[in-house]
Each structure stands twice: as structure tokens, then as C-alpha cells.
Design a protein around this ligand. Sequence first.
Ligand SMILES: Nc1ncnc2c1ncn2[C@@H]1O[C@H](COP(=O)(O)OP(=O)(O)OP(=O)(O)O)[C@@H](O)[C@H]1O
Ligand SMILES: [Mg+2]
Length: 220
Amino acid sequence: MAIEFSNVWYRYPGSRKWVLSSVDVGFDESRIYVVFGPNGSGKTTLLKIASLIYRPVKGKVFAWGYDYWSLPNSKRIELRRRIVYVHEKPVLFKGTVEYNIAYGLMIRGLDRHEALVKARVLLEKLGLSYLADKKTNGLSAGEAQLVAILRAIVLEPRILVLDEPFAHLDSSKRDKIMELVLELRENGTGVVIASHDVFLAKAIAERVIVVENGKVLKPD
Ligand SMILES: Nc1ncnc2c1ncn2[C@@H]1O[C@H](COP(=O)(O)OP(=O)(O)OP(=O)(O)O)[C@@H](O)[C@H]1O
Ligand SMILES: [Mg+2]
């Protein structure tokens, strides 16, 4: 299992209310998961713990077999890079779409030119080349969401975590992302999607994880 929760509890700093309690759940490569549940049930919190961003208050998170939060920093960084989380309200940098998509690759040490080429190739593949030179402050909400997703995909994570990725997308863009998600899965990436949309969940998920009131319901 790539990511495995073992009796995970979480509450936000300064709050006494448990937002997640006693969660045991696992996410593997080459699988699609949908985390489903009402507003405030704990989906985003669960996704951020799975993405190794939040540290559980109680319990453990294993990442590729390692007890992640007990590891030294250098090892954590290496494992952390295998997972990319796309925020439900993504913030893009100033500059062009192409630059935004290429930026993460540059940070990871790829040559600027090569990074920009990769960004262009990805945009082209999705029929979105017209966006490449657009400034991000002139994008619609749906376009911005797409760019945020592409910015994650270009990093070729082993686990891609998408928090409500379809909220602003029209049906044709949503279909494009769904196709891409299926292709990623074929190539070995695990995809975790938080969504309120039960139809979507059932359409693409191999496993639906139902969260209610901070608890993961046991499958029937
Ligand atoms: N930064 C925070 N500080 C304190 N409480 C928080 C914080 N973020 C979320 N919460 C609380 O944690 C609970 C779970 O929130 P979370 O964002 O995980 O839910 P969600 O299922 O993703 O909801 P939505 O469907 O609206 O995105 C909610 O009660 C929320 O108020
Ligand atoms: Mg959320």
C-alpha cells in the first residue's frame, strides 16, 4: 500500500473537536478512489493527511511502508514528492499558464526550456494550447482549476490527490480530466478524488470511501 492510515485522529490546532476519528484507510498506486461525503465531513482533512501535509494528532500514516512522521527530514522530502495534492481552491502564480505548469518541474531541477516544453506538450495533448500564453489572472474559474490539475499531473506523481476537481468544469472539460485520470491509472498512478457527486464517484471509482462526521464508514 502506498499510503496507509493506522487509527488516525485529527483535530485542528486550538480546537477540541475531533475532525477525524479512528480512521483506517489505504491508497495504492494504479487505483482510483473517490472520497465521498457531505460538506464538513472531513474529506479535505483526510486528503491533506494522505498527502503528507497534515500530521495526525494520534495514530500513524505509513508511506510506502515507512512510518512517515517518524522519519528524518531528508527521507520525508523524498516520499513527499511522490504525492501531489491539488487544492479545492487553487492559487496560481502570476504569469502565463505555461509558466505555471512548468514551474514545479523547474523547482525539482529540470532545465527551464525542457520544463516549458513539457508544459506545452501536456496542454497540446488536451487540446488546450490556446491557454499556454494566457496570463493566469485572466482565466475563468474552470480554466484556473484545469491549470492547477495540469500543474500537478506534469510532475508525474505516484499518487495524485484532487480535492473537488470538477466543481467549476463544464462537461467537456470534466470528460477530459476523467480521461486523463483513467490514463494515469493505466500508467500506474493512484488517483484520489474528493467529491460530493455520487454519480461521478460510482462512474470512475474502483473504491468509494464514504466519510461522515469524521469517520470512514465501513463498506457494506
Ligand atoms: N483550518 C481549520 N481550522 C479549524 N477547523 C477546521 C479547519 N479546516 C476545517 N475545519 C473543520 O473541520 C471539519 C472538516 O472540514 P473539511 O474541510 O475536512 O471538510 P470537507 O468534507 O472537505 O468539506 P467540503 O465538502 O465543504 O469541502 C469541519 O467541521 C471544518 O469546520
Ligand atoms: Mg473539502
